[in-house]
Design a protein around this ligand. Structure first.
Ligand SMILES: [Zn+2]
Length: 48
């Protein structure tokens, strides 16, 4: 299962996808939406 990363500000889907078991912290991306462009941290907590 693949999880799409969305911007927390505008909800725009980014060109980044994460595996269901992926764990991530400290990774920052700029939103690809033209009207947004904000930088946000991708946080994927460890799932059980
Ligand atoms: Zn955005």
């Amino acid at each position: 299962m693949i999880e799409k990363i969305k911007c927390p500000y505008c909800g725009h889907e980014q060109s980044i996808q994460a595996d269901k078991n992926a764990v991530c912290r400290g990774l920052w991306v700029r939103c690809k939406a033209r009207h947004c462009g904000r930088v946000f941290e991708i946080i994927l907590p460890k799932k059980k």
